[in-house]
Design a binder for this molecule. Structure first.
Ligand SMILES: NC(=O)c1ccc[n+]([C@@H]2O[C@H](COP(=O)([O-])OP(=O)(O)OC[C@H]3O[C@@H](n4cnc5c(N)ncnc54)[C@H](O)[C@@H]3O)[C@@H](O)[C@H]2O)c1
Length: 314
């Protein structure tokens, strides 16, 4: 675990000293990297992971306990939570675990998820439901329970400096062939992030989303070449640890006031603020169009409009 003398757990001076952070799906991949990075900055971490396979099927291991061991061996504080964050009970007990174990919750990182990739014509209803459930409901429920906790804190007169970091994807931003379910769920997370940032600001909660790219079991086979570590040394741009510093800052008390309701693409050493949907060329004739008239207006508008970013895999 990379850390400086100032950011030793318990040593004081870390960016997240005294904060309690819950990370979903933190047993492996990006979530694990985030959990270790928060601990290195002094946070006490609730390491959630259900320990499922790449497609969400039950798997025998419990990777959360291993990450907790790693944090403790480095002198940090962490507790494992093995609940399913896409259930009300799992999401509620995630927040309860933070409060019961460490006395509070300051930051929620929604990260857990899995894939069931198929072209739309082959996409079974169950594959749609499972992916929408784990990503979209799996963001909503922890967010809802954490928000209720923070609202109660604010109403009790305590100062809340809470942060939520959601996890979307390039698939949610631009679409991705073979990932209709995943793209729809990840696009839903963008809308949820905007609403949560607007609704929860009054309680002292800032909410952002990241669209990461990194080498994990989710990507190492499909994008083997892009994700490979350099064989001759040098910067390993696709290491998941490269995504975590931004997640730690967004989840810390240091995140500036304007950092809310935003989406950041993050990969290697690059951080990009995404600009989002904005009105492009427009026309208003102040009366109802005929279908043909609407058609010629759209043809003209499209000529003046910027081309959209390409769908991945198209
Ligand atoms: N790796 C990338 O390049 C990439 C790109 C874009 C978005 N993402 C997103 O980043 C997040 C992390 O992905 P990753 O690449 O680290 O994948 P990963 O498979 O390595 O890790 C995901 C973890 O979530 C856990 N999980 C799944 N369902 C759960 C549930 N219901 N409750 C609790 N835990 C559950 C799994 O057991 C697993 O450990 C995901 O939301 C993914 O969609 C990843």
């Amino acid at each position: 675990m990379k850390r400086t003398a100032e950011s030793e757990p318990g040593g004081g001076g870390g960016l997240c000293e005294g904060r309690v952070v819950a990370v979903t799906g933190a047993g492996r991949g990006l979530g694990r990297a985030h959990a270790l990075a928060y601990a290195a900055e002094g946070a006490k971490v609730v390491v959630n992971d259900l320990g499922v396979g790449l497609d969400g099927a039950p798997a025998p291991d419990s990777p959360a306990a291993q990450v907790v061991r790693e944090i403790r061996q480095s002198g940090g504080e962490a507790v494992a939570h093995g609940g399913d964050i896409a259930t009300s009970d799992g999401a509620a007990s995630l927040v309860d675990t933070a409060v019961d174990t460490f006395g509070r919750l300051d930051t929620l990182v929604n990260n857990a998820g899995f894939l069931r990739d198929r072209m739309l014509v082959n996409l079974a209803e169950d594959d749609w439901d499972a992916v929408m459930r784990v990503h979209l409901k799996g963001h909503f429920l922890p967010l809802k329970h954490a928000a209720a906790y923070w609202r109660a804190e604010a109403k009790a007169g305590r100062t809340v400096t809470a942060r939520v970091v959601n996890t979307t994807s390039g698939a949610g931003l631009l679409g991705s062939v073979g990932q209709g379910n995943y793209s729809a769920a990840k696009a839903g997370i963008l809308g949820l992030t905007l609403v949560a940032a607007a609704e929860l600001a009054r309680y002292g909660v800032q909410v952002n989303a990241i669209a990461p790219a990194a080498r994990t079991r989710m990507t190492e086979a499909t994008f083997a070449e892009t994700m490979a570590a350099p064989t001759s040394g040098g910067f390993d741009a696709m290491a998941p640890e490269n995504v975590s510093p931004l997640v730690v800052w967004l989840g810390s008390g240091a995140a500036c006031a304007g950092a809310t309701g935003r989406v950041f693409e993050v990969e290697g050493g690059r951080i990009t603020v995404m600009a989002g949907w904005r009105p492009g060329p427009t026309v208003d004739k102040a009366e109802r169009w005929t279908p043909e008239g609407a058609g010629s207006a759209v043809r003209e508008l499209l000529e003046r409009a910027e081309a959209p970013g390409g769908v991945y895999g198209a």
